[in-house]
Each structure stands twice: as structure tokens, then as C-alpha cells.
Design a protein around this ligand. Structure first.
Ligand SMILES: [Zn+2]
Length: 59
């Protein structure tokens, strides 16, 4: 039986998730596809159902 070796460089991150924290109630969760530099996203907290803006920056 043949063998192959994979290394860390062979891995790919399929989805970037961003850790979110609600500014109203402090609930934390992860959001996908909100990592566009310099953009503002409107998110809604599932706990308190309040909407807030999230800014994403490179640093
Ligand atoms: Zn909340």
C-alpha cells in the first residue's frame, strides 16, 4: 500500500470566521464572511435581537 505525507502547508482555510461580541448583552459567537477589510457589517445578536454595526480592519 502506498503512503502519502501531508504537511501544514498543504492545508487550506476554507472559511474565515470572526469572533463577534454583542455590544449590548455581551453574547459571543462566530460570524462567517465578515472579514472584508475596511467594510462595515450590520449584525444582529441572536440573544437580545439588537442590531449593531461591525467594522473590520486589517490590524
Ligand atoms: Zn446581544
Amino acid at each position: 500500500m502506498k503512503e502519502i505525507y501531508r504537511f501544514y502547508k498543504d492545508t487550506e482555510v476554507l472559511k474565515f470566521v470572526t469572533n463577534i461580541k454583542c455590544p449590548y448583552c455581551g453574547a459571543e459567537w462566530q460570524e462567517e464572511d465578515v472579514d472584508k477589510c475596511g467594510e462595515t457589517f450590520v449584525l444582529e445578536c441572536e440573544d437580545c435581537e439588537k442590531k449593531f454595526k461591525m467594522h473590520f480592519d486589517a490590524n
